[in-house]
Design a protein around this ligand. Sequence first.
Ligand code: PMP
Length: 443
Amino acid sequence: MNDLSAPRPNNLDAFWMPYTDNKHFKANPRMLYRAEGMSYFTPEGREVLDGTAGLWCCNAGHGRREITEAIQKQAALMDFAPTFNMGHPIAFEAAARVAEMTPDGMDRVFFTNSGSESADTALKIALAYHKARGQSSRVRLIGRERGYHGVGFGGMSVGGIGANRKQFSALLPYVDHLPHTHQPAKNAFTRGQPEHGAELADVLESLVALHGAETIAAVMVEPVAGSTGVLVPPKGYLERLRAICDKHGILLIYDEVITGFGRLGTNFGAERLGVVPDIMTMAKGLTNAAVPMGAVAVREGVYDAIVNGMPGGIELFHGYTYSGHPLASAAAIATLELHRSEDLPGRARAIEPYWQEAVHSLRGLPNVIDTRDIGLIGAVELSPREGKPTERALAIFRRCFDTGVLVRVTGDIVALSPPLIIEKHHVDRLINTLGDAITAEAA
Ligand code: PMP
């Protein structure tokens, strides 16, 4: 048995925490120390039910021995070896396992270490593809408002979150954005995909008219936007986006960092939503987050244009020291084996109706202006406190944490994305605790 007693850090100063109000946190630290199954445990031993699968990533639940043992075994066998002009078997096997899960024809897999790196890799592949085909004027990249594609300069620029960009003035040039698809006035309290808003995809036609198709390389969207508050695409929207891309020779990139690996009850969002892109990014659930790893899968035609279009030598001048890292590859293989043997997407599908009922049962509580869901994702949108946006949702987050449930807050939205191994009694506890916090915060 491991020693489970928590070390007490006596200096919180050195760690500059990411996406955190450091001053506030360090005055009121909130620590997690141990994790198992559906739960975290604080250093004091208090259990906190994980309503967010970490950060949308521990889809198979925490502390899965199958994964940790595979990592340990690989660490003992070979800690690291490069994949530049040499290889190790486990990285090839991991790529083949990913290719088995991706939509048909998207069987070429490039490894990265994170969602951000996957986003920038996908954008670079799109540019290289057009150049390889003699269309080097196609340099424009189109994202979407409220899109999140990580924090690299590519993903940040193509992403559509003002707060992420305004501190860093020099962004990628030749970037434009589609409108986001969130229309609460028309679609509030929708279950699954909203009815209204497919025509928002047609803005892409306007951008083509404005810039010229011959200047546009790719459009990048999340099938379901997660980090900006769970924005589910309206019915027919992705179909229209796909059709316009096809008409004008524009590549369609999906950022499947959240929607991949069972979150929507299918291997990828592309399958659930019925529209397949040309390039897709992934990370998070790929290794159950036990070791950082991301990947980009591309259609054969994209790979072929770049790799077989070159006369010889290195075809894509891009890669990471840790692309296909042995420990990450071991974690990915073990994770994807769990997906298969435990049919995690099937489990998510089976509990989705119960989950949906539970999420929408919060309708009618004070200040709740929308509830929405798809797969094992849910969101509760609150009316902002006057003059103090985000404060109400943050207060609810704190109440939930203090009463033993972890939820995620983004703006005035509480987002939920539990591990796919969730059972009905966990759903009840999660939703009841959240409901109580919403009610208490209004009192
Ligand atoms: N894309 C999407 C859709 C994401 O949700 C995230 C992370 N939340 C990222 C990219 C960035 O991933 P990472 O933090 O691993 O760089």
